[in-house]
Design a binder for this molecule. Structure first.
Ligand SMILES: Nc1ncnc2c1ncn2[C@@H]1O[C@H](COP(=O)(O)OP(=O)(O)O)[C@@H](O)[C@H]1O
Ligand SMILES: CC(C)(COP(=O)(O)O)[C@@H](O)C(=O)NCCC(=O)O
Length: 422
């Protein structure tokens, strides 16, 4: 059983049709920036996410001599480099494309082709996710850099906390096709449940900066949707599968309460006639083969099944720890209306309206952002990198969010902020 199988929600999937997502955050960086790449990676089971800083005048002689503005932090004066944080992603199965991308932009050496010196033996890139272990040798071999491994859960939490505190209009609710941005009160952010829906799903109770516990998880996640969906529909890409689901009708395959109860609801236990009684349940009772179902309907049922299930487990986990707010991240969501709506309805249904599902506009980059920010923790020589943690649009002169608010996050979004090292 599950939440009511309400009307279909229409909406677009931001970024559909794109394998590579690139977007950017404007910022400033201060310090001795020559030695490290200012690139961080989250190499997951399905996707590699990149966050990198690029100075506006990177590599020019001007940049080296004068463009950096003096900054004093009490123990010395440090130069400032204006620039932007860029975001990109690749399929993990095409890791070589990612390495080519890094090489073509010389991201592992701060974007500079004309540095005479070869990549230093000690050059490292902050990396998180399982691929930081799996592909360490490949990065050494192809780019001559080491991957400095950061814990995945640490990075997810650091990325989420940063986004929630520093990026205006980062979190939003989505219900019945309505998107509403959530005003985050910095003094009342914790505790919350972070549900990261990547290949698998991690559920993390967050109590503060660096204070968290991974309290649950499920292997039925984004990889399940994409993997099963690919087998069942023969789709060639994740975006194609999402597009299909957009056009499908899950009632063709899902068995509803009304179909078991002769058109009636089961009011005594709170089930309407349109509640899904059994996901994919109709497929057993009809004399049909897979080919007899439209791939659109299969994709729709599958998306519904996975999203409902995650919504339900998330709610139960939140209930277990008395948490009212649940933030969902991970690239499974992909800003997709139907996914978000299904998760929201599930949380609403099971919590009887007590708990709230919220989504993050930079959903898939939590880990990579957290890894990027970890340069701060592990200063290299005298360099530490830090992202300012206050509402960017209010503190950066002339700063404002360039994203197409209040619309969907898209592939070329740019958010101004200040990035600096002390
Ligand atoms: N272009 C894409 N290719 C593959 N999967 C995608 C794509 N876009 C979104 N996804 C979904 O996102 C999931 C991966 O999310 P992500 O947060 O990057 O997790 P991971 O760290 O495990 O790679 C996939 O399992 C799939 O459901
Ligand atoms: C192992 C993982 C942390 C890896 O992260 P991912 O690449 O899926 O983002 C994640 O897949 C996960 O939490 N899986 C669920 C395992 C479980 O709790 O059953």
């Amino acid at each position: 059983m599950g939440p009511s199988d309400g009307d279909k929600v229409e909406g677009s999937s931001s970024g559909a049709g794109e394998d590579l997502r690139e977007c950017e955050i404007e910022g400033k960086m201060e310090g001795s920036v020559d030695q490290i790449s200012h690139l961080a990676l989250d190499i997951g089971g399905s996707l590699v996410k990149l966050v990198y800083f690029k100075g506006n005048n990177n590599c020019s002689d001007d940049d080296k001599k004068g463009e950096r503005i003096g900054f004093s932090n009490g123990s010395g004066t440090y130069p400032i480099l204006d620039g932007r944080l860029h975001f990109a992603k690749f399929e993990t199965s095409k890791i070589n494309e990612c390495i080519d991308f890094i090489y073509s932009r010389q991201l592992h050496r701060g974007g500079c082709w004309h540095h005479e010196a070869p990549v230093s033996e000690n050059t490292i890139i902050k990396a998180t996710g399982g691929g930081a272990y799996k592909f360490a040798d490949l990065f050494k071999e192809k780019l001559g850099v080491g991957l400095d491994k950061e814990d995945e859960m640490d990075c997810l939490v650091a990325g989420a906390n940063f986004l929630l505190k520093a990026v205006h209009h980062e979190a939003f609710t989505y219900m019945d096709g309505q998107k509403e941005f959530v005003q985050i009160d910095h003094n009342d952010l914790y505790p919350y449940l972070l549900v990261n829906i990547g290949s698998g799903v991690s559920m993390i109770k967050v109590d503060g900066d660096g204070k968290f516990e991974r309290v649950s998880g499920t292997s039925v996640g984004g990889g399940t949707f994409w993997g099963l969906g690919r087998l069942l529909t023969k789709c060639k890409s994740f975006d194609e599968l999402l597009e299909l689901s957009h056009r499908g009708n899950n009632r063709v395959i899902d068995m509803l309460v009304g179909e078991i109860y002769g058109g009636m609801e089961y009011a005594k236990i709170g089930l309407s006639s349109t509640t899904i009684a059994s996901s994919f349940g109709k497929a057993i009772s009809e004399n049909k083969e897979l080919e007899d179902y439209r791939p659109e309907d299969v994709a729709r049922s599958l998306l519904r099944l996975i999203s409902n299930n995650i919504g339900q487990i998330s709610y139960l986990t939140a209930l277990r720890f008395g948490l009212k707010r649940i933030f969902f991240g991970g690239f499974f969501i992909r800003g997709h209306a139907y996914t978000m709506d299904t998760i929201s309805v599930a949380v609403h249904f099971w919590s009887k309206g007590e708990a709230k599902a919220m989504f993050l506009r930079h959903e898939g980059f939590l880990g990579a952002l957290g890894a990027f920010m970890s340069y701060e923790k592990h200063g290299l020589d005298d360099l530490m990198l830090r992202l300012e943690r206050f509402p960017i649009s209010e503190t950066y002169s002339g700063g404002k969010i360039h994203s197409p608010l209040p619309g969907d996050f898209n592939d070329h979004e740019s958010i101004e902020c200040r990035v600096y090292a002390t």
